[in-house]
Design a protein. Structure first.
Length: 257
């Protein structure tokens, strides 16, 4: 508001000095008032939001509670596929949203309340509606973070079931995630069963000791520390990542059986 009055005063005294007429100066003062008022409005309209809004997970601050609620409800829809939701899984979800998503301080405080309310009314979960809200309020990069979150909480109990993977695949398609981006994330968290044993060069009924032995043998060949002068170091390093993922998955299954 102050800028309008400054403009009015400047116009008044400029007019008084130049035309030396009180009425003309008053007219110029009125023009200065409205001119600066219009300029101020144009600056705000062009900017659209304050600088602090750029750091928030959702551009539309009025929509923040809606998009946070939609993310939480989508995640709980995924967790609910197993029939029960574990506190450890909820803690993983809250930690990821607080640390890896720029949702702002108010959003962080809201997460717990939304989780409690959602768990009390799990029967009314509607993942289609949740995704629709996410598509409305979130940018593509933000939807990639949501997809990442879905993988994180699905594997929080050590493995991703077929139902969970199908749900995440549906969510990715519904959020219009590019196939290549989905495949990149999936490769981090999902190792196909048939590839696990082929990658390690072991049988499907290998014991934990056999799995560890096979892994140590491959690590001697493909560990990055062994590849300093190898011309194929980059390719072999990627292969070692697959070997490590296969080892963890095979060992986990062997120890749980």
């Amino acid at each position: 508001m102050k800028i309008k009055y400054i403009g009015s005063a400047a116009a008044f005294f400029t007019g008084l000095l130049i035309v030396q007429d009180f009425i003309s100066a008053a007219v110029l003062a009125m023009l200065g008032y409205f001119l600066f008022d219009t300029s101020e409005q144009n600056v705000y309209t062009a900017k659209g939001k304050t600088d602090s809004d750029d750091d928030c997970f959702c551009n539309d601050q009025a929509a923040s509670p809606m998009h946070i609620q939609s993310i939480v409800r989508l995640c709980i829809s995924l967790l609910n596929l197993k029939g029960n939701v574990l506190f450890s899984e909820l803690n993983v979800m809250k930690s990821f949203m607080a640390n890896d998503m720029d949702i702002g301080e108010e959003g962080i405080l809201t997460i717990g309340d939304i989780i409690d309310a959602t768990l009390r009314s799990k029967d009314s979960l509607n993942p289609q509606e949740s995704v629709a809200n996410i598509n409305q309020y979130c940018r593509y990069e933000e939807k990639l973070s949501i997809l990442h979150l879905l993988f994180v909480i699905a594997i929080a109990d050590t493995r991703i079931t077929d139902d969970e993977l199908n749900f995440i695949m549906w969510a990715a398609q519904a959020m219009q995630i590019q196939t290549t981006h989905f495949a990149e994330l999936k490769a981090v968290y999902v190792v196909e069963e048939i590839d696990v044993y082929k990658t390690l060069g072991i049988s499907t009924d290998a014991t934990a000791a056999e799995i560890k032995k096979a892994y140590r043998k491959l690590a001697l060949q493909y560990h990055p520390d062994k590849l300093h002068s190898d011309p194929d170091a980059e390719e072999k390093s990627k292969l070692f990542q697959s070997i490590t993922a296969a080892y963890k998955k095979a060992l986990s299954e062997a120890e749980n059986n």
